[in-house]
Design a protein around this ligand. Structure first.
Ligand code: COA
Length: 261
């Protein structure tokens, strides 16, 4: 598939940069863009060279200012449900692909933009970023996972505060409540995110994926099932060549060389 509204760039360090590229519409996610994003995420998931993902928005003003309101306005109830389900499937792919991802947030991350960022493993915001779920101002609610992921990140009351007022929070407030993990100057945002990813990519890839999966299962199912998933993943990690290498390297007092096997 060739892309018109996104860019897909793999670099030598194993980081794939996916940029949403509709700056004249503040990178609003129309159906075509979500389709391209879906294809790009499948590609990143199956491509052995991609070990981590960096998501960003083109232009100076926005990461992503939400789903495309012009398109949404033309949909009936069944169309809106389908729109929501399709986007949820795409976003969930990002969350569950077993490769760490970071959203580099500058400017607006609203509605579907914040929902996309919340599917990333980590979020880093520039100081002037504005993050929010303003859907109730339009007479709708978030449809790409916002009602589920925001309370898991910031707690019920803070999530409801954002969901019911529709008001955005700034970067410092987002950091305080745990909605973003770091704040970095705009000029250093991309490099900060890459450095954060590189710290994870230095580790055993299968172990990283298994840790992400155990957290995902436990958060969604509860502690008992999460603990069973953790034990199963612990066993799986123990069967990898990287486990033997990691432990041998420790005992030999040298850096480990992981191969993802
Ligand atoms: N869907 C479709 N188009 C959007 C959009 C969205 N979510 N967000 C911005 N745009 C478009 C605007 O319509 C405008 O297009 P135009 O030049 O053809 O009129 C262009 O992007 C620039 O936006 P504009 O509103 O002029 O910029 P601004 O700096 O004055 O305001 C925002 C920025 C983010 C406050 C404002 O664009 C906004 O409120 N956007 C919608 C946010 C939202 O509700 N998101 C959730 C959607 S479910």
């Amino acid at each position: 598939m060739s892309y018109g509204s996104i860019a897909f760039e793999l670099s030598d360090d194993g980081i794939t940069l996916i940029t949403i590229r509709r700056p004249e519409k503040l990178n609003a996610l129309d159906v075509a863009t979500v389709g391209e994003l879906d294809d790009a995420l499948s590609r990143a998931a199956s491509d052995g060279s991609t070990r981590g993902l960096l998501l960003s928005g083109a232009g100076d003003k926005a990461f992503v200012a939400g789903a495309d309101i012009r398109e949404l306005a033309a949909l009936d109830a069944a169309g809106c449900r389908e729109f929501s389900l399709r986007g949820q499937r795409t976003f969930r792919k990002l969350e569950t692909m077993g490769k760490p991802s970071v959203a580099a947030i500058h400017g607006y991350a609203l509605g579907g933009g914040l929902e996309l960022a919340m599917c990333c493993t980590f979020r880093v915001a520039a100081p002037e970023a504005k993050l929010g779920l303003p859907e109730v101002k339009l007479g709708i609610i978030p449809g790409y996972g916002g009602t589920q992921r925001l309370p898991r990140l910031v707690g019920r009351s803070r999530a409801l505060g954002m969901l019911l007022t529709g008001e955005p929070v700034g970067a410092e407030e987002a950091l305080r409540i745990g909605l973003v993990d770091h704040v970095a100057p705009r000029a250093e945002l991309t490099e900060f995110c890459r450095a954060l990813l590189r710290k994870m990519l230095a580790n055993a890839p299968v172990a990283v994926a298994l840790a992400m999966e155990a957290v995902d299962i436990g958060l969604n199912a509860g502690v008992e099932e999460g603990l069973r998933a953790e034990a199963a993943a612990f066993g799986l990690a123990a069967a990898t060549e990287d486990r033997a290498e990691g432990m041998r390297a420790f005992l030999e007092k040298r850096p480990a060389v992981f191969r993802g096997k």
